[in-house]
Design a protein around this ligand. Structure first.
Ligand SMILES: Nc1ncnc2c1ncn2[C@@H]1O[C@H](COP(=O)(O)OP(=O)(O)OP(=O)(O)O)[C@@H](O)[C@H]1O
Ligand SMILES: [Mg+2]
Length: 378
């Protein structure tokens, strides 16, 4: 991948997405005009921390029996900072690379709220970069999203520039699909501006429903969804969510596609589908919302990344709904689907240190491209 203008050396990306499953740490190297993954490690988020993050991330009035939300925000900012630092140190120890060899850490943090369309648009990530810098002894670049929001943009998705650098082909129309908690698409038609947007949920509701009914963190390999039957009436209701009809640029979060929203749609349905049928419908909902955004101009290839690329049921449904498109995992391009997003934040850190912009106004709707984030020196 082209990276001629980046300062050579190691860059470490740290990412915890809306699934709150793990801190993904990726050590990448920029050298001789290339940028490639050198080593990676996923540090599972301890269950009680994930539970606290999930609770604080859901909108609604504070639970009178729960902690003060501002105190909780401060405590989690610290806890996530410490976990991110530990993930970085664990990866470096495993890879046998000294902290002094790493030019910068690009730390996304953990999103707790994303409100790009509110009267006072904002996006909020925790994971104190001061702690990450102090505990690792490495320069940290963080707070990537808010400059784009300050420029009138969505602050998301930020990965399309990286997707373009890695996966674009001069002759073939490709799209890249990240299946995290939320799904986002990057469209890479040769010779045209890169566009990208969130399509809706990927795993966030699938995980929440599996947690509730199976007591497991996710529906492993989509087996439960595959055993159910799509409830067309429920699918129809879900597809009527107003976010889906918005034109890009657009981005969303689990606050919009929440278990409470699903419960309200189920309550309004007039019948109670079996839990497995709800799971099948949620899988179909993810696949349909992606396929419908690609339908007007189907790409030759759809490169999938994020944890959902490991879900054969979801990948199978995408393939079935996009008959003219070759749907494949990013693994086919020598980049593990679980590494792409964290690698993107390592790359964005390298862009910032080189004084280069990281956002694409054609994606986020920002007034201009900007150097993203701030730098916490080692
Ligand atoms: N084998 C699998 N079968 C089904 N689902 C899986 C499997 N492996 C991973 N997943 C799903 O992928 C999710 C994690 O994906 P990922 O880490 O990309 O999401 P994320 O943390 O929300 O990231 P981001 O917001 O950066 O895109 C899990 O919560 C789970 O739902
Ligand atoms: Mg994750």
């Amino acid at each position: 991948m082209a990276a001629a203008s980046l300062l050579p050396g190691y860059y470490l990306g740290l990412m915890s997405g809306t699934s709150m499953d793990a801190v993904d740490a990726v050590l990448a190297v920029a050298e001789a005009g290339t940028f490639r993954v050198h080593a990676a490690r996923a540090e599972p988020l301890p269950g009680p921390v994930a539970e606290r993050l999930r609770r604080l991330a859901l909108p609604g009035p504070a639970d009178p029996a729960g902690p003060d939300p501002v105190d909780e925000l401060g405590a989690l900012d610290r806890l996530v900072g410490e976990l991110f630092a530990a993930a970085a140190k664990g990866l470096l120890a495993e890879a046998g690379v000294a902290a002094s060899e790493v030019r910068a850490i690009g730390s996304h943090g953990q999103t707790l709220r994303h409100r790009p369309r509110s009267p006072h648009p904002f996006t909020l990530q925790v994971g104190d970069p001061n702690l990450v810098a102090e505990h690792t002894g490495i320069t940290v670049v963080a707070d990537f999203r808010r400059r784009d929001v300050a420029l009138g943009g969505q602050g998301a998705p930020l990965v399309p520039a990286f997707h373009a650098a890695v996966f674009a082909d001069p002759r073939e129309y490709r799209a890249v699909l990240n299946l995290g908690g939320i799904a986002n698409l990057t469209l890479l038609p040769p010779g045209e501006a890169v566009t990208g947007f969130d399509t809706g949920p990927a795993n966030t509701l699938l995980d929440a429903w599996a947690r509730r009914h199976l007591g497991t963190p996710c529906d492993e390999d989509g087996r439960w969804a595959a055993a159910g039957r799509v409830d067309e009436a429920l699918l129809h209701r879900l597809l009527a969510h107003p976010f889906l009809a918005l034109p890009p640029p657009k981005s969303t979060g689990p606050e919009e596609f929440s278990p409470a929203w699903l419960d309200a749609e189920l309550a309004a349905l007039g019948h109670a589908p079996a839990p497995a049928d709800v799971q099948a419908t949620l899988g179909e909902f993810t696949a349909r919302t992606v396929a419908e955004m690609l339908a007007p101009r189907p790409p030759a290839r759809l490169v999938a990344c994020g944890g959902g690329a490991r879900n054969p049921h979801l990948m199978g449904r995408l393939g079935a709904l996009l008959p003219g498109t070759r749907v494949e995992s990013s693994a086919a391009y020598s980049i593990d689907p679980g590494h792409v997003e964290a690698a993107a934040f390592a790359w964005l850190a390298a862009r910032t240190l080189a004084g280069l912009p990281g956002n694409l106004p054609s994606v986020t709707g920002a007034r201009r491209a900007a150097v993203l984030g701030a730098v916490w020196p080692a």
